[in-house]
Design a binder for this molecule. Sequence first.
Ligand SMILES: [Zn+2]
Length: 888
Amino acid sequence: MNSKLLSLVFVSALLISCNPRKGTVNSGEVNVGVSTTEVKDPAMQPVYNASETRTNDLLHTRLEVSFDWTNRQLNGEATLSLMPYARPIDSLILDAKAMDIHEVKIVSGENNMKDLKYKYDGWALRIGLDQQYKRGQEYKVYIKYTANPENVEQQGSAAISEAKGLYFINHDGSNPKKHMEIWTQGETESSSTWFPTIDSPNEKTTQEIYMTVQDKYTTLSNGLLVESTVPKNGIRTDHWVMDKPHAPYLFMMAVGEFEVIKDEWVRKDGSKMEVNYYVEKKYAPYAKEIFGKTPKMIGYFSELLGVEYPWQKYSQIVVRDYVSGAMENTTATIHGDFLYKTSRELIDENNESIIAHELFHHWFGDLVTCESWSNLPLNESFANYSQFLWDEFEHGRMEADMNAYSEMDGYFLSAQQGGHVDMIRFDYASREEMFDGHSYNKGGRILHMLRTYLGDDIFFDALKNYLTENAFTSTEIHELRMQFEKASGEDLNWFFNQWFLASGHPVVTIKQSYDATAKELTLSIDQKQKLEEWPLYQLPVDVDIYINGKVRRERVWIVNEMNEFTFKIDQAPDLVNVDATKTTLWKKTDNKEIGQWVYQLNNAPLWLDKKEAFDKLEKSNDPDAMDAIMKSLNHDFYDIRLLAISSMDACLKNRPEEVKKAMVSLLGKEAHPAVKAKIIDFLAKNYTDLSMLSPIFEKGLADESLQVIAASLKGYAKHNGEGGLAKAKSYENSESAKVQLAVADIYANYGTPAEKDFFKSNYNEMSGFNKFTFLSHYFKYLTNQPDELTAEGIPVFCEVIESDGLWYERLAGYQLLNGLQGHFEKRANQIDNELASLEKEGNLSDDKKMELEKLKQFCLSRKTEICGKMEVYKSKEKDANILQYMPR
Ligand SMILES: [Zn+2]
């Protein structure tokens, strides 16, 4: 699963309460282990979440399903082949959530079925078998059922927002603008909402699904489409077969009017494998631009891992209103609709990282699966790290390091907000908690440290053995460690214990001194983390010592709280670069002279070398520092140019004309859209010279890149008053959401009451992240307008809250409505102050007093109105994702 939502959740401000409320909010969570025979008191839940005990082994799952769009139900017949796992059994417990169970039978021959006794509590189906079965003795159970996904009540997570399992989108066709679709989302344990199964990651089964649909619909499922019946009365049945075992949470179906764009990957032996992209008709022309690197990725990962892509095909589909970022259903990955991009939009950004992430899961997650959610990093850390691997291969180390840094930042932010936890943890309250900045972001960084320490040969050898020896089974963290130990010949408990089985990260202070008489460099590195809670780390770290343009690399082991290392060198170093490979996950304070930072910016090769130096130098008035930053404007890698532009504080203050000249000159030759947009922003923000700015804005508005257009439009609006608003108006109906967001941003800052309709008529056209941003601009616009106009936002935000939109769109509604409440309170205070000061000055006429009093009353009434609405909404709110932001 992809964590795209995580970053958004982290930036969301907490909801403010009308009145501080006491008591807790019921999260609506249901967490029942199905193999228990009694429902446990939640207060008595064990603190150790063990792997599911395997009593029955599910061998094959055969499903026949049809769909009732009107009632959002699935009618199904399941035939499950099973075998006792270890001990003889005479009963079978299946996960089956919110179903109507019609028949349960034992199948003992072609036409020989006998009714079985069963108990069903809406959550688990307990079946008494017709006899005792012994290990090795296969039996088949037939179940006829109706799935009611709308009746499922369980909690989603930050990475996945709901847990219905089966979703009908625009099911009654009432929204002519929205695609009608059916799709599924199994992780973590939601597949059991649409078929009875053993819904646990340590179970693996082959599968076949007969999907009966109206002939106008395309279907997609795991494995291969082996047969499609000739349509009868407009109805067709597709038969999908997945003949390799995988976990139930990876089962997938999708139905809708999708176009199938065909691609292929050529295996090493020359055979071809189908690679397909399922998209809405509108995006069919762009599908190969969106997904086209997929075959190359399959080839690269197969080569790198030494294990060829192990499945029959690879399909990717984009669906509407998706509840997560993306999901690695075996051979049939689902993506959210943020992947839909036109060629024009693809100039500015792509989704290669997400495509790589889901594909890599086909080895880590689908082929070898974490045996329990406690071991989720065995899936997600690898998928996260694949983003680095792909970047490194396709775009180079700079790009890889740059993206890795934001992943690391994501971990720090997530841990700051959600607390530090062990990577592998058995004591979670809800398994959905595992989908956090630890399992993904921190895990990816840990794997990178391990690779750096062991070297590529050992690292990838170990992975190859891990995948080969555990193929089609599930594992726990120690099985991974043992493969690394086998490949390296080293005991690696020290590494796994501190990184995977403990919380936190090193916090270090670095100091250096050079003794010219003794010709000795002393480097001290102290571990400052709170050792009661976090480990004292063992850190193998490379140190680069630069002298006279030459680099000497030294490996040091930081193992104590205080560590001192000495090096004999002939003269004071130009630079001591600790962690020269820039792979260690830590927080560090590196005390270096400014000259060393300048040297680092000019000479150290890696992205993070430069990023660290920029951070240190951006406010420095040192001429060498300013020279180094100015020089970086011409660096080959675009993000170094972006960082240089962001680090112009001191240069701008001391050398405004030189900076202007350099920026204009850079813009003239710049090819990268993000850098162009950034320069335009920079010039618009820091200069007022219209003879320089106007031609830049004009040229920018004609650019191919939408972000360059957006930057130019914002710049133009900033410097052209009413003319700027008029220009923005001409872009109100742009095809591009990015440009419309720029218009919204302009109106938010400079808008007048005349622009109010733009917001009202467009917010419902936006979805997902764009809607979130658009509504935030609307909020800012409203708070810059007269009070009566501001109040027009109330019904809009209420509508967003009441809509059936995605949870974070609705969360935006809550936050902004809350914000309006605060705004009206502030306005009432301002008016009070104005009344008082006018009175004091003796300038308060009766008319003025009445007018202001009335306005104040208006503001206070709006505040009360919002408070009332919020209380009602809060009492009714069921979405656990939103509830976590409610004040407790
Ligand atoms: Zn994932």
